[in-house]
Design a binder for this molecule. Structure first.
Ligand SMILES: Cc1cc2nc3c(=O)[nH]c(=O)nc-3n(C[C@H](O)[C@H](O)[C@H](O)COP(=O)(O)OP(=O)(O)OC[C@H]3O[C@@H](n4cnc5c(N)ncnc54)[C@H](O)[C@@H]3O)c2cc1C
Length: 388
């Protein structure tokens, strides 16, 4: 990994070494899966499973799980996770999604300290033999999660679950969902809890959605699905708190994924402009091209500083992370959008030609400004922190 802004700041040697080894694995083992999928030779589900299998075999999924349950570090090391995401998304946003969803979906088990479920599932998630999903969004509750309506009603030793979740990544390939559901009569966040739901329980079905960049995603529909009350992860009424604590850990890493996509866009642009000749000389020797490259590179390095600062704060145990994490996510995803758009422009017609790297990056970068809290919601969070 090119150290850039990170030199002498936030990384320890272990992070540079890790980033380098993951970059090699991404190039040698993930890029071929990406190419098979992009050429139409492999389905979305098959590609997702192939990425998870490769990442599991290479030991990279261990970064998403605490050491006690088959993971790499005693507690999640956010700089390692961010470095992994930057390296993976440099090759494939799809591979990066498959990586991080193993953490996002499974970590509520660890946060809730559910020993039995952790022992049963987390080592499999770390090896890539089980796939996880995090199910909080609903058709009427996106940014406003406190309005979630999926219900989980007690019936003896079971919860009976009804309702619809939407935009759930890994819907259809996941082995389990960590679900935000209403277990109490109280309105707002007080009635919400988190529950573990195996995907093969009767009464759980999936309707797939298609988004502009590859990744398995869909609605998850619950029709009298029954799970044991022992599968309650949070306290009753503590579900939104647990879901937000989980998101707080992973949100900065969305910025790292954005940096990986942006870094690839920058590299593609530098290489292309060296060889494309117009008006008698390469584009790289035209001053407006140089201005574009300078602005892209500066945006990228600023984004990386914010992302890895937030990650380092997390790893050093800072209790006040929310502002730094939201700034990192907001700035890096918006910057990556600008950088990728500039890359498309620098490639001219080739930039929008199906099958080119920058065309893929253009599709892959867009959703990052929406999921795990839109840019607007990050702004509200940042501003609020200055009035508290
Ligand atoms: C590719 C992808 C993957 C996803 N994966 C998952 C997943 O795995 N699990 C999961 O649970 N969810 C997932 N989501 C859902 C995602 O988290 C939501 O789409 C997101 O939180 C926004 O919710 P919404 O789509 O309902 O938009 P809305 O909340 O309806 O927002 C629409 C617009 O209004 C703006 N807005 C909302 N409130 C305000 C306000 N108070 N002030 C100003 N502007 C506001 C928003 O910023 C946005 O621009 C995924 C989404 C995508 C696109």
């Amino acid at each position: 990994m090119r150290p850039g802004a990170l030199e002498n700041f936030f990384f320890d040697d272990v992070h540079f070494a890790l980033a380098d080894s993951i970059a090699t694995i991404a190039r040698e083992r993930c890029a071929p899966i990406r190419d098979r999928f992009e050429s139409g030779a492999q389905s979305e589900d098959a590609a997702a499973r192939a990425f998870v299998k490769e990442l599991g075999a290479a030991g990279i999924l261990e970064l998403c799980i605490p050491e006690d349950f088959g993971g790499r570090f005693p507690v999640l090391d956010l700089r390692a996770i961010c470095a992994a995401r930057e390296s993976l998304s440099y090759e494939s946003g799809f591979a990066d999604n498959c990586f991080i969803l193993q953490g996002l979906g499974a970590n509520p088990l660890a946060l809730a300290e559910k020993e039995l479920l952790c022992k049963q599932w987390l080592p499999r998630v770390a090896k890539g033999s089980a796939i996880s999903a995090f199910a909080v969004t609903e058709p009427e509750a996106g940014s406003d999660l406190a309005n979630a309506r999926v219900s989980a009603v007690r019936d003896g030793p079971f919860f009976v679950i009804n309702g619809v979740k939407t935009f759930i990544s890994n819907a259809g390939v996941a082995d389990f969902y960590t679900l935000l559901a209403r277990t109490g009569a109280e309105t707002g966040h007080r009635g919400l809890s988190m529950i573990f739901v195996p995907a093969d329980v009767a009464g759980v079905r999936v309707e797939r959605l298609r988004v502009i960049a590859p990744h398995p995603i869909g609605k998850v529909i619950f029709e009298n699905a029954r799970v044991p009350v022992d599968y309650l992860l949070s306290t009753e009424g503590g579900g939104l708190q647990l879901a937000l604590a989980n998101l707080d850990i992973f949100r900065a890493s969305v910025g790292a994924a954005a940096c990986g996509l942006a870094r690839r866009a920058l590299d593609e642009s530098i290489n292309y402009t060296k060889t494309r000749v117009q008006f008698g000389k390469p584009l790289s020797e035209q001053q407006l091209t140089r201005a574009a490259i300078a602005e892209m590179a500066t945006d990228l390095e600023a984004a990386r500083l914010l992302v890895y600062r937030a990650a380092a704060q997390h790893d050093r145990g800072s209790s006040k992370l929310t502002r730094a994490v939201s700034m990192a996510k907001l700035f890096a995803t918006e910057a990556a959008q600008r950088i990728v758009d500039r890359a498309v422009q620098l490639h001219g017609g080739l930039g929008v030609t199906a099958g080119s790297h920058v065309e893929r990056l253009y599709r892959e970068v867009r959703a990052l400004r929406i999921y795990e809290g839109t840019s607007e919601i990050q702004k509200l969070v940042i501003a609020k922190s200055y009035y508290e």
